[in-house]
Design a protein around this ligand. Structure first.
Ligand SMILES: [Zn+2]
Length: 244
Protein backbone atom coordinates (compact mmCIF):
# COMPACT_ATOMS: atom_id res chain seq x y z
CA UNK A 1 0.00 0.00 0.00
CA UNK A 2 1.19 3.48 -0.81
CA UNK A 3 1.80 5.94 1.97
CA UNK A 4 -1.10 8.32 1.58
CA UNK A 5 -1.83 11.49 3.51
CA UNK A 6 -5.26 12.69 2.52
CA UNK A 7 -6.77 15.63 4.39
CA UNK A 8 -10.55 15.74 4.85
CA UNK A 9 -11.67 19.24 5.76
CA UNK A 10 -14.48 19.64 8.28
CA UNK A 11 -16.67 22.72 7.96
CA UNK A 12 -20.01 23.54 9.50
CA UNK A 13 -21.44 26.93 8.53
CA UNK A 14 -20.10 29.40 5.95
CA UNK A 15 -21.38 32.74 7.11
CA UNK A 16 -20.13 35.94 8.74
CA UNK A 17 -21.53 36.16 12.24
CA UNK A 18 -21.40 39.00 14.80
CA UNK A 19 -18.67 38.94 17.44
CA UNK A 20 -21.11 38.13 20.23
CA UNK A 21 -22.15 34.80 18.61
CA UNK A 22 -21.73 31.76 20.87
CA UNK A 23 -19.46 29.22 19.16
CA UNK A 24 -18.70 31.78 16.47
CA UNK A 25 -15.74 29.63 15.48
CA UNK A 26 -18.11 27.20 13.71
CA UNK A 27 -18.94 29.90 11.16
CA UNK A 28 -16.27 30.45 8.54
CA UNK A 29 -16.71 33.83 6.79
CA UNK A 30 -17.49 33.37 3.06
CA UNK A 31 -14.45 35.37 1.93
CA UNK A 32 -12.18 33.16 4.00
CA UNK A 33 -13.75 30.03 2.54
CA UNK A 34 -13.33 31.46 -0.97
CA UNK A 35 -9.66 32.13 -0.33
CA UNK A 36 -9.13 28.61 1.06
CA UNK A 37 -10.66 27.01 -2.03
CA UNK A 38 -8.57 29.27 -4.27
CA UNK A 39 -5.45 28.21 -2.35
CA UNK A 40 -6.28 24.54 -2.85
CA UNK A 41 -6.76 25.11 -6.56
CA UNK A 42 -3.47 27.00 -6.77
CA UNK A 43 -1.69 24.15 -4.99
CA UNK A 44 -3.06 21.73 -7.57
CA UNK A 45 -5.55 19.97 -5.28
CA UNK A 46 -8.95 18.71 -6.33
CA UNK A 47 -11.58 18.97 -3.62
CA UNK A 48 -13.81 15.89 -3.49
CA UNK A 49 -16.87 14.52 -1.77
CA UNK A 50 -16.35 11.44 0.42
CA UNK A 51 -17.87 9.26 -2.29
CA UNK A 52 -15.35 10.47 -4.87
CA UNK A 53 -12.53 10.34 -2.36
CA UNK A 54 -13.04 6.67 -1.45
CA UNK A 55 -10.94 5.14 -4.29
CA UNK A 56 -8.03 7.37 -3.26
CA UNK A 57 -8.39 6.27 0.37
CA UNK A 58 -8.48 2.64 -0.79
CA UNK A 59 -5.34 3.19 -2.84
CA UNK A 60 -7.13 2.38 -6.11
CA UNK A 61 -6.51 5.86 -7.46
CA UNK A 62 -3.63 8.24 -6.91
CA UNK A 63 -3.84 12.01 -7.13
CA UNK A 64 -3.60 15.31 -5.33
CA UNK A 65 -6.99 15.22 -3.69
CA UNK A 66 -8.60 16.55 -0.54
CA UNK A 67 -11.95 15.71 1.02
CA UNK A 68 -14.41 18.52 1.72
CA UNK A 69 -17.21 17.98 4.21
CA UNK A 70 -19.90 20.14 5.80
CA UNK A 71 -21.72 18.93 8.90
CA UNK A 72 -25.41 19.52 9.67
CA UNK A 73 -26.69 20.94 6.35
CA UNK A 74 -26.78 24.70 6.91
CA UNK A 75 -28.62 26.71 4.29
CA UNK A 76 -25.68 29.11 4.03
CA UNK A 77 -23.48 26.49 2.38
CA UNK A 78 -25.81 26.36 -0.62
CA UNK A 79 -25.46 30.11 -0.99
CA UNK A 80 -21.87 30.70 0.11
CA UNK A 81 -20.00 27.46 -0.57
CA UNK A 82 -21.61 25.63 -3.52
CA UNK A 83 -20.93 28.35 -6.16
CA UNK A 84 -17.26 28.54 -5.10
CA UNK A 85 -16.88 24.75 -5.22
CA UNK A 86 -18.50 24.68 -8.65
CA UNK A 87 -16.18 27.38 -9.94
CA UNK A 88 -13.17 25.16 -9.20
CA UNK A 89 -14.87 21.94 -10.28
CA UNK A 90 -14.73 20.62 -6.71
CA UNK A 91 -17.35 18.48 -5.03
CA UNK A 92 -18.16 18.09 -1.34
CA UNK A 93 -20.29 16.04 1.03
CA UNK A 94 -22.87 17.64 3.26
CA UNK A 95 -24.03 15.46 6.18
CA UNK A 96 -27.78 15.79 6.65
CA UNK A 97 -29.82 15.27 9.84
CA UNK A 98 -32.87 13.65 8.24
CA UNK A 99 -35.52 14.79 10.73
CA UNK A 100 -34.22 18.35 10.84
CA UNK A 101 -34.49 19.12 7.11
CA UNK A 102 -35.89 22.63 6.71
CA UNK A 103 -35.65 23.41 10.44
CA UNK A 104 -32.59 24.49 12.41
CA UNK A 105 -29.85 23.06 14.63
CA UNK A 106 -32.35 22.31 17.41
CA UNK A 107 -29.91 19.90 19.11
CA UNK A 108 -27.83 22.94 20.11
CA UNK A 109 -30.74 24.84 21.64
CA UNK A 110 -30.05 24.06 25.29
CA UNK A 111 -26.42 25.08 24.85
CA UNK A 112 -27.63 28.51 23.70
CA UNK A 113 -25.81 28.05 20.40
CA UNK A 114 -27.24 30.32 17.69
CA UNK A 115 -29.97 28.70 15.64
CA UNK A 116 -29.29 28.82 11.90
CA UNK A 117 -31.61 27.56 9.18
CA UNK A 118 -30.92 24.14 7.71
CA UNK A 119 -31.55 23.41 4.03
CA UNK A 120 -35.06 22.45 3.01
CA UNK A 121 -35.77 19.45 0.81
CA UNK A 122 -35.83 21.71 -2.23
CA UNK A 123 -32.51 23.30 -1.28
CA UNK A 124 -30.84 19.93 -0.77
CA UNK A 125 -32.02 19.03 -4.27
CA UNK A 126 -30.38 22.22 -5.55
CA UNK A 127 -27.18 21.26 -3.72
CA UNK A 128 -27.25 17.87 -5.46
CA UNK A 129 -27.99 19.45 -8.84
CA UNK A 130 -24.89 21.59 -8.43
CA UNK A 131 -22.82 18.42 -8.42
CA UNK A 132 -22.47 18.17 -4.66
CA UNK A 133 -23.18 15.11 -2.54
CA UNK A 134 -24.96 14.28 0.71
CA UNK A 135 -24.24 11.85 3.51
CA UNK A 136 -26.07 10.90 6.72
CA UNK A 137 -25.67 12.60 10.10
CA UNK A 138 -28.35 10.54 11.94
CA UNK A 139 -32.07 11.24 12.30
CA UNK A 140 -31.99 13.71 15.17
CA UNK A 141 -28.32 14.52 15.85
CA UNK A 142 -28.26 12.58 19.11
CA UNK A 143 -25.06 11.50 20.86
CA UNK A 144 -25.05 7.87 19.68
CA UNK A 145 -23.01 6.70 22.66
CA UNK A 146 -25.71 7.86 25.08
CA UNK A 147 -28.79 5.99 23.80
CA UNK A 148 -29.95 2.36 23.58
CA UNK A 149 -28.69 0.04 20.85
CA UNK A 150 -32.19 -0.04 19.32
CA UNK A 151 -32.21 3.72 19.16
CA UNK A 152 -28.71 3.80 17.63
CA UNK A 153 -29.91 1.40 14.93
CA UNK A 154 -32.93 3.57 14.15
CA UNK A 155 -30.84 6.76 14.05
CA UNK A 156 -28.32 5.23 11.66
CA UNK A 157 -30.46 2.97 9.45
CA UNK A 158 -33.58 5.10 9.16
CA UNK A 159 -31.54 8.16 8.24
CA UNK A 160 -30.10 6.30 5.25
CA UNK A 161 -33.49 4.93 4.20
CA UNK A 162 -35.22 8.32 4.59
CA UNK A 163 -32.57 10.23 2.65
CA UNK A 164 -32.40 7.67 -0.16
CA UNK A 165 -36.16 7.75 -0.53
CA UNK A 166 -36.37 11.53 -0.50
CA UNK A 167 -33.43 12.37 -2.74
CA UNK A 168 -33.10 9.27 -4.94
CA UNK A 169 -29.36 8.98 -4.33
CA UNK A 170 -27.42 6.25 -2.65
CA UNK A 171 -26.29 7.30 0.81
CA UNK A 172 -22.96 5.69 1.57
CA UNK A 173 -21.22 8.11 3.94
CA UNK A 174 -21.98 8.70 7.60
CA UNK A 175 -20.77 11.27 10.09
CA UNK A 176 -21.06 10.78 13.89
CA UNK A 177 -23.06 13.56 15.57
CA UNK A 178 -20.81 15.53 17.97
CA UNK A 179 -18.04 13.21 16.74
CA UNK A 180 -19.22 10.68 19.38
CA UNK A 181 -18.93 6.95 18.66
CA UNK A 182 -17.79 3.65 20.13
CA UNK A 183 -17.22 0.19 18.66
CA UNK A 184 -20.93 -0.75 18.84
CA UNK A 185 -21.93 2.43 17.00
CA UNK A 186 -19.18 1.84 14.45
CA UNK A 187 -20.33 -1.72 13.78
CA UNK A 188 -23.93 -0.60 13.31
CA UNK A 189 -22.80 1.98 10.73
CA UNK A 190 -20.91 -0.75 8.87
CA UNK A 191 -23.81 -3.25 9.09
CA UNK A 192 -26.24 -0.62 7.82
CA UNK A 193 -24.47 -0.52 4.47
CA UNK A 194 -22.43 2.65 4.75
CA UNK A 195 -18.98 2.65 3.17
CA UNK A 196 -17.37 5.33 5.34
CA UNK A 197 -17.81 7.33 8.51
CA UNK A 198 -16.07 10.54 9.54
CA UNK A 199 -15.23 11.56 13.08
CA UNK A 200 -13.87 14.60 14.85
CA UNK A 201 -10.57 12.82 15.47
CA UNK A 202 -7.87 14.99 14.03
CA UNK A 203 -5.33 14.10 11.40
CA UNK A 204 -4.98 13.23 7.74
CA UNK A 205 -6.20 9.91 6.38
CA UNK A 206 -3.40 7.38 5.87
CA UNK A 207 -3.27 3.78 4.63
CA UNK A 208 -3.88 2.49 8.17
CA UNK A 209 -7.01 4.57 8.71
CA UNK A 210 -10.23 2.71 9.51
CA UNK A 211 -12.87 3.70 6.92
CA UNK A 212 -15.43 3.94 9.75
CA UNK A 213 -13.24 6.18 11.90
CA UNK A 214 -11.88 8.65 9.39
CA UNK A 215 -10.05 11.60 10.94
CA UNK A 216 -10.67 15.14 9.72
CA UNK A 217 -9.13 18.58 9.83
CA UNK A 218 -11.30 21.17 11.57
CA UNK A 219 -11.49 24.50 9.76
CA UNK A 220 -13.03 27.31 11.72
CA UNK A 221 -13.41 31.03 11.95
CA UNK A 222 -9.85 31.42 13.24
CA UNK A 223 -8.15 29.28 10.57
CA UNK A 224 -6.02 31.95 8.88
CA UNK A 225 -4.19 31.11 5.61
CA UNK A 226 -0.86 30.12 7.19
CA UNK A 227 -2.61 27.75 9.62
CA UNK A 228 -4.80 26.37 6.82
CA UNK A 229 -1.69 25.44 4.84
CA UNK A 230 0.08 24.03 7.90
CA UNK A 231 -2.92 21.80 8.66
CA UNK A 232 -2.99 20.39 5.12
CA UNK A 233 0.66 20.16 4.18
CA UNK A 234 2.40 19.20 7.43
CA UNK A 235 2.16 16.73 10.33
CA UNK A 236 0.46 19.42 12.44
CA UNK A 237 -2.93 17.66 12.59
CA UNK A 238 -1.54 14.09 12.53
CA UNK A 239 0.29 14.79 15.78
CA UNK A 240 -2.98 15.89 17.34
CA UNK A 241 -4.55 12.51 16.70
CA UNK A 242 -2.26 10.55 19.00
CA UNK A 243 -4.03 11.57 22.20
CA UNK A 244 -7.47 10.40 21.07
ZN1 LIG B 1 -23.31 17.88 13.58
Amino acid sequence: MTDIKIPILMYHSIESMPKSTIMRSLHVPPRRFKFQMWLLKMLGYRGLSLRELQPYIDGEKIGKVIGISFDDGYQNILINAAPVLMKYNFSATCYIVSENIGTSNTWDQNKKITQRPLMTEDEINQWLQMGMDIGAHSKTHVDLTSVSVQQVQKEIKDCKVDLEKKFKVQISDFCYPFGRFNQIVCNIVKDSGYLSATTMLRGRVNSQSDSYQLPRIPINHRTLPHLFLTKILTKYEDRRSTTT
